[in-house]
Design a protein around this ligand. Structure first.
Ligand SMILES: [Zn+2]
Length: 295
């Protein structure tokens, strides 16, 4: 039987034992979003959570309840949806960037207050949100003893990855293969459209037909190895800190950090830009496109 690592499904004694062995936690992010007719819509978080679970089973740590609400509908995400989703019902579980990143601050606080030494924040949803996640964690790290690291799952699967690098795909060969390996019930290749069928196919990637469950297994193994190594680095960094006076951060202090440290930088976040032209006014993706001036 596999060791349970999912926080919400563990008993208190199991949590204490897992914590005492390895005081590390994974947070995972994604949303329900069009991912082609062949993938369950929750692909991004299903993928990130399942990878984190395998990493914790292999290397230790606890996996926090997954967050299925993520950035979409504004800025370049609206432009992307106009091009790749079109005017169908999207089944998105979207929220704006400023809400998502504030939630992440509270996730950090909860784990830090419980005494975790290290936390990895893994987003299975792409676009530029992962770059902002790194920026956010860098901004707030000085206020927490727990060591923080944020990444898109493809960083753990991309040799030579750099911060500007792009990788992964959207509901193409990579994501479909990964989900097939991790959650086989959530991929159904019999739902693939005919090769010559016209249309956007619910944002399916062009090379989805090349998906291969065994390739997915190999990518998962690479990511699990990478995450285990990164978590050990974070735990070592924590051990080298002077933590004689570790005090938990309060809700009020989170609000202060958000207001004084993050908010002044928020306008520079990549997810907060309207760099393209808006979608046409008669598109469902027009209305939310513009980032409110007040943010
Ligand atoms: Zn995805």
């Amino acid at each position: 039987m596999r060791r349970e690592v999912r926080w919400e499904r563990m008993f208190p004694d199991e949590l204490e034992a897992a914590f005492n062995t390895c005081p590390a936690v994974y947070f995972t992010y994604g949303l329900c979003e069009p991912h082609g007719p062949q993938n369950a819509v929750g692909l991004d978080a299903l993928k990130a959570h399942a990878i984190a679970c395998r990493a914790a089973q292999t290397h230790g740590g606890i996996v926090a309840p997954p967050d299925y609400w993520h950035i979409h509908e504004h800025g370049m995400y609206a432009n992307w949806a106009f091009r790749n989703v079109g005017e169908v019902r999207s089944w998105l579980t979207a929220m704006p960037a400023w809400q998502h990143f504030k939630n992440v601050c509270y996730h950090v606080r909860a784990a830090d207050a419980l005494g975790f030494h290290a936390a990895i924040f893994l987003t299975g949803h792409y676009g530029p949100n992962w770059q902002d996640l790194k920026t956010l964690l860098t901004l707030i790290q000085p206020h927490f003893a727990m060591r923080l690291y944020g990444l898109p799952d493809f960083e753990a699967n991309t040799p030579g990855f750099d911060r500007q690098g792009n990788g992964g795909d959207h509901a193409g060969r990579v994501e479909t293969s990964l989900l097939w390996a991790l959650e086989p019930d959530c991929v159904d290749m019999s739902r693939m459209p005919a090769a010559d069928a016209p249309g956007r196919h619910f944002a399916m990637g062009a090379n989805a037909a090349e998906s291969d469950r065994r390739v997915g297994e190999r990518m998962v193994a690479d990511e699990v190895e990478w995450l285990g190594k990164k978590m050990r680095e974070l735990l070592e960094t924590y051990a080298q800190q002077d933590i004689s006076e570790r005090r938990s951060v309060t809700f009020e202090q989170v609000e202060h950090i958000w207001g004084k440290i993050v908010l002044p930088q928020l306008k520079t976040f990549k997810t907060m830009q309207n760099s393209d032209e808006p979608p046409p006014e008669d598109s469902q993706w027009f209305r939310q496109w513009k980032i409110p001036d007040a943010m």
